[in-house]
Design a binder for this molecule. Sequence first.
Ligand code: NAP
Ligand code: F7E
Length: 320
Amino acid sequence: MKTALITGITGQDGSYLAEFMLSRGYRVVGMVRRSSVDRFERLEHFQRQLELIQGDLTDQTSLDIAVRDVRPDEIYNLAAQSFVPTSWNQPGLTGEVTGLGVTRVLEAMRKNRPEARFYQASSSEMFGKVLETPQRETTPFYPRSPYGAAKVYAHWITVNYRESYDLFCCSGILFNHESPRRGFEFVSRKVSDAVARIKAGKLDRLTMGNLDAHRDWGFAGDYVKAMWMMLQQDSPQDYVVATGVSHSVRDLLSAAFAAADLSWDEYVVIDPALIRPAEVDTLVGDPTRAQAELGWQPRVSFDELMERMVRADMARHGVT
Ligand code: NAP
Ligand code: F7E
């Protein structure tokens, strides 16, 4: 039985990846940071099948102990401060966790378990003010936030450990991916939850930021499979994971409200405070390498994704 160590297991992707790894027969160990409350909502329905250990990406000793004791065959580094607006208010913390934290995990692996395979959660935010469309593995980076800058550092340190120490390290450059388990501050979930609350009579107005931004949105459940596929290859590589289709935030509003037979323009107001200091205007990925080399394909369309999210939130709020 192979062992997978997942950092960030309590997050959206961590929960889907853990379920997927269990379905492949892995022993799954998740690293969680110490908190005064348990925050395992996304894991509750299968938590008994997991081993959870404490650790933090800001603390080298905890990572050394985790890798030494767990002896993983595969390490999936999903932990990060992942919300872009927070990265302007907490740029130091974002750099520590999302950037330097990756070096700490790589060091823990190099010293304690060099034969393991390593996955780094790189991001389309690294392309930022895009220098090529669609964005592929060779597109130069131009990050537009402290988060994006931290991810660029994390990406290159992963490449560097592969080249310096001959470690099996891969980066998945994943474009936005969503699900009913998405955090409430991200735009897709903010909207699906608002639609459900409007239907339930608990909300009459939704404040939004830039409706003109475009993103390449896919389903998180499809994307975690690509992470695993990368670590099953003969040699380590970096891969773009995306649908190849871009939609505006306005399209997202339209799809989500339509799923509940509502018109978004009757409820949405713009709040200038939600406009970012620097925006990533348009992202669209080219997943050709992932499709050709991994055999990966996205299965859930944009409209289906938004409909699933709205339905799940309506069920949560007790409306049909
Ligand atoms: P998420 O829901 O925000 O989850 C982040 C995880 O990181 C949580 O489990 C969080 O733990 C953990 N974490 C935060 N700070 C930590 C620290 N100092 N030490 C240990 N753990 C820490 O993010 P996600 O959407 O699942 O994304 C997973 C990864 O993919 C992230 O690295 C993200 O930046 C990257 N990514 C995401 C997308 C996307 O569209 N979702 C696209 C590209 C890349 P708590 O539960 O304790 O907060
Ligand atoms: O914003 C616009 C906002 O916060 C998407 C993270 O997982 O994906 C995510 O980063 C777009 C932006 O995601 C609101 O300005 C308008 O253009 O859902 P988001 P993100 O910033 O693209 C990447 C790939 C990651 O790696 C990140 O970790 O939507 N937008 N109005 C809004 N966004 C939010 N959050 N809230 C609004 O009211």
